[in-house]
Design a binder for this molecule. Structure first.
Ligand code: PGA
Length: 250
């Protein structure tokens, strides 16, 4: 059985004050979340504060990015070992905003995945097509390219303790969610592709859906057999909305 996972990707939002309020709200209602493992991914500079505020709660800490290098002259970068110092259990790698706005390549994302694992942090690998690619009917081809880069780097079994997030880029922050059937189709494809190499790994790896998930659509998405939870952007900044989404993960 795969335990559902709901991860809040706060992106570059919040302040010390607003984050404290948000966490108070999340912690206050957390006991109503039965099944899901809950993770929040604040901006790097708030990791320490958030860790302190989460002490004694079951919410895990994650980061939004990590360097592929272990240490050295990489101004502005953060190493996986540093994230571990702050007890980050997860880190998002290859988010579409990193790929499109900061030019991260498939091989760089694969190296980040490997660096996180080497430090004992579970990577959340984001994959997904842009609208043009969906319209051209090449969604599967794009996802395979992104996935295979990681499999080549770390081997298929390494995916088992990581997480995959299928995020159609056209659904991120746009209010346009993939329908549960559209999402399930890609999730089943990804799991099938992994199963061709390792049935055990395919059965274990959690595949999250991301892209305009809200309390109103979470239940239908999470009811799909290959959707194991969600990576939540905008809606994770509202405690009530986020908790409702976490409750929908069964
Ligand atoms: P969204 O973002 O929920 O605001 O669409 C999801 C994500 O980018 O991870």
């Amino acid at each position: 059985m795969r335990q559902p996972l709901v991860a809040g990707n706060w992106k570059m939002n919040g302040s010390a004050e607003s984050i404290e309020r948000l966490l108070d709200g999340i912690k206050g209602s957390l006991d109503t979340v039965e099944k899901a493992e809950v993770v929040v991914c604040p901006p790097f500079v708030y990791l320490s504060d958030v860790r302190r505020q989460l002490t004694g709660s079951s919410v895990a800490l994650g980061a939004q990015n990590v360097s592929e290098h272990p240490s050295g002259a990489y101004t502005g970068e953060i190493a996986a070992s540093m994230l571990l110092d702050f007890q980050c259990r997860y880190v998002i790698v290859g988010h579409s905003e990193r790929r499109s706005l900061f030019g991260e390549s498939d091989s760089q994302v694969a190296a980040k995945f490997a660096a996180a694992r080497a430090a004992g942090i579970r990577p959340i690998l984001c994959v997904g097509e842009v609208l043009e690619e969906r319209e051209q009917g090449i969604t599967e081809k794009v996802v395979v390219r992104q996935l295979d880069a990681v499999i080549e780097e770390v081997g298929v079994e390494a995916l088992a303790d990581g997480v995959i997030a299928y995020e159609p880029v056209w659904a991120i922050g746009t209010g346009k969610t993939a329908s549960p059937e559209q999402a399930q189709e890609v999730h089943a494809f990804i799991r099938g592709r992994i199963a061709e190499r390792s049935a055990d790994t395919a059965g274990q790896v959690r595949i999250l859906y991301g892209g305009s998930v809200k309390a109103a659509n979470a239940e239908a998405l999470f009811a799909m057999p290959d959707i194991d939870g969600g990576l939540i952007g905008g809606a994770s900044l509202d405690a009530e909305e986020f908790i409702s989404i976490c409750r929908a993960a069964v």
